[in-house]
Design a protein. Structure first.
Length: 126
């Protein structure tokens, strides 16, 4: 178990329920407490508002021509680190002027764990 993740509360924003279950399983397997998953902007905003989030994983494309950009802005304003998840490659994020770390889809456990651990380690150093 990765000690930096144990007990940390991670927000998961993913519009596909089966994919959300997969990421929740990966995180809980490392001892994280998962906030959500949130399937849309409104659900994510409610979870963020209630506080206690250590980091987040945001599916960039939330379907129906929606992205998680406003959720990301909300997290930036609260100084909560996050990574994007995308099946479209990092190029899609760069076109939207985001330079956040990203993981590709489909999710691979070691990649997700490494990315979230890196966020939390950076946060503890800052």
């Amino acid at each position: 178990m990765t000690s930096v993740l144990h007990g940390r509360r991670i927000l998961v924003v993913e519009d596909e329920p089966l994919i959300a279950m997969m990421i929740v399983e990966i995180l809980e397997g490392e001892g994280c407490e998962v906030a959500g998953p949130a399937y849309n902007e409104s659900q994510a905003a409610d979870i963020i508002k209630n506080g206690g989030i250590d980091a987040a994983i945001l599916d960039f494309n939330l379907g129906r021509d929606q992205t998680s950009a406003s959720i990301a802005t909300n997290l930036v304003e609260r100084n909560i680190p996050f990574i994007f998840a995308t099946g479209y490659g990092v190029q899609a994020l760069r076109k939207a002027n985001w330079v956040q770390p990203a993981v590709g889809k489909p999710y691979h456990g070691p990649e997700v764990i490494s990315a979230v651990s890196g966020l939390l380690k950076q946060q503890s150093v800052a």
